[in-house]
Design a binder for this molecule. Sequence first.
Ligand code: SF4
Length: 364
Amino acid sequence: MVDDILKRAEQGCVLHREEVVELLSIADADLLKKLYDTAYRIKEKQVGRVAYFRGLIECSNICIKDCYYCGIRRSNENVERFLMDEDEIYREAIWAYEAEYGSCVIQAGERQDEPFIAMIERTVKRISATTGGQLGITLSLGEQTEKTYQRWKDAGAHRYLLRIETTNPQLYAQIHPEDHKLETRKECLAALRRTGYQVGTGVMMGLPGQSMGDLADDILFLKSIDIDMVGMGPYIPHTDTPMGKAVPPYTELENKQALTLGLKMIAVTRIVLKDVNIAAATALQALEYTGREQGLRCGANVIMPNVTETDYRPKYQLYDNKPCTDENSTMCRGCLSGRIKGIGEKVGFNERGDSPHFQARTAE
Ligand code: SF4
């Protein structure tokens, strides 16, 4: 049965929900290999054997939200808060440009106040002017008004990542406080699309109480909103959060299981969505050192090396045991490039690496 589903998927057939559930439920090692190999062949055909780097700038851990799973949630008093100034963000973006990364991602906890919005606007404009618009600028700054999305787009940003985390309303309500609404997030994704961004979203997998049916629905949701980029990662508990307090740290076996689920989600997403960009999340490496390369081999084509100054990195811990927090940006570039070559792929240096799905969608 799995063989048939994979064959039909490779021929371009649309998979039904039950078939997506069946692929996500694979446990047999031989079938898993077939799943990953099929996803890799589809990736090669649709986006090539190229990994694109996005230099990740984690510019602030101040957040107005209180998501129950997140290490930098506003109620966590054990976090030393920071906000980089404009010069620091600019310097790191230019470092990524000079390191030939092609794109950067500016990420922070959520803030909706005018001084923050204006600071991001000025910084994006400055980066865009210095690089002549050549450095791709992705923002990952949470829920905002359509007007704010438009201001940042006009300043020079062209991609936006806003993870939905889960599309199951009960599960969403279980992992967020009451005033964090799934509907608001969906409206923000629609606003981003209207504003003309390449839009990315994604989910967390391995949440307590989450089923394979939930994850299949998540993948089909991504398809239904015609998403351009996918960024998803395994749920890893953070000890200073309400959810982390209820879940003991993962055992070695649980790490392995979380990694396998993460890889299956990447593979099935590639099989179902085909020509989108899919990131191999840093969280995969928290579960196993080669987690991100394994993500590339299962269908991902984007990696986000951290270009944040080393001093800030330990303060941006969304989950426990985040890797690369004591390395500097040059070390990350060298280390990741070597590991990508090691799996027979090349790095798309100096390329923005826009999602082929976005290119096809906007050419229509
Ligand atoms: S997940 Fe995002 S919005 Fe939620 S608390 Fe963490 S940084 Fe803030």
